[in-house]
Ligand binder design. Sequence first.
Ligand SMILES: Cc1ncc(COP(=O)(O)O)c(C=O)c1O
Length: 365
Amino acid sequence: MIDYSKELAALKRSGRYRERRLFDEKVIDLASNDYLGLAHNKDLLNEACARLASSTSHAPKASMLVNGYHPIHASFEKALCRANGFEAGVILGSGFNANIAMIEALVRKADELFMDEKYHASGVLATKLLDAKVSYFKHNDAEELQKMLESSPAKRKIIAVEGIYSMDADLVSREIISLADDYGALLILDEAHSSGVIGEHLTGILDFYGLSVKENYIKMGTLGKAYGSFGAYILASAHIIDYLVNRAKPIIYATAPSLFDTVLGEVSLEYIQKNLLSFKKQIASRQKIVESILGLKSEGLIVPIRVKDNRTAIQIQAELLQEGYLVGAIRQPTVDAPIIRLIARLGADEKALSDVCYLIKSKIR
Ligand SMILES: Cc1ncc(COP(=O)(O)O)c(C=O)c1O
């Protein structure tokens, strides 16, 4: 019999064994990526159901390139373009798929891809499919990236970064965005954790830095985080989207994204736009609580708290769970050093956030 027990035993020995768990619904969620609490908003659910019910079909049925492209997809793509200032867009089944789609299709044989060493696993996996040169630069190090760009003979240079890094919680530096402009490089921005969370209009990193969209920018955002749904989108120039629709395999050879998730994404976008000021106020207030208790300043809603080792991370998580709070315990190899990943999400009230911050403070001393 084919057997993986040795591999599983090794994972257990090194404290890297993972399990899916079902948590008590009553536990206060300070671990998920549902930043704005929209995943629990029944008004949004009901509105999405009503819109979908008025459509003749409720499932996409085929690839977007057969007849799976639906007015629900087209409408949301248009709304996302308007909200983010991009020319064109395409919806995908997930952010993981979107990274595979963009990177595999955009980086051609004679090109060079410059990827932040902390880019998401889906992007790193996509590089394994490439026939082109891939260079990783030190996390958020614009100086090192510039040297690499300067010495690269590749005609087409492509930089891949995240708006907010999912584990370190820092923002991509503004200089890296400028380097893309200076060197005529394509800039892939993975905004999984920044769209819906930062910027004047809560649309992400370009909005945060007050930068207008340029032809060489490509933005990927996910619906499974601040938007309280599931799926993803890529926004870019019409030319790039046209190319992706023609070459990106997860777009061509997959059933079009779920209509329910897409319509829910559009309902969420409208809701965020309508409640912009209130959301921004609530985000700022949670950032203040975290800073005043833990001394950690965060631009978004991810708060990584360093702990001694993998076992300590698990132990703190278990102790907090006993008190009724769920936080993330992120261990190696996902991160270099283990962290408690606290999400100061709006779905949990400020009192809960402040209580859990004090508890964590007492445990890491
Ligand atoms: C930075 C980043 N990019 C992409 C993804 C994948 O997105 P999705 O969960 O929609 O597949 C994630 C998910 O955790 C992420 O953190």
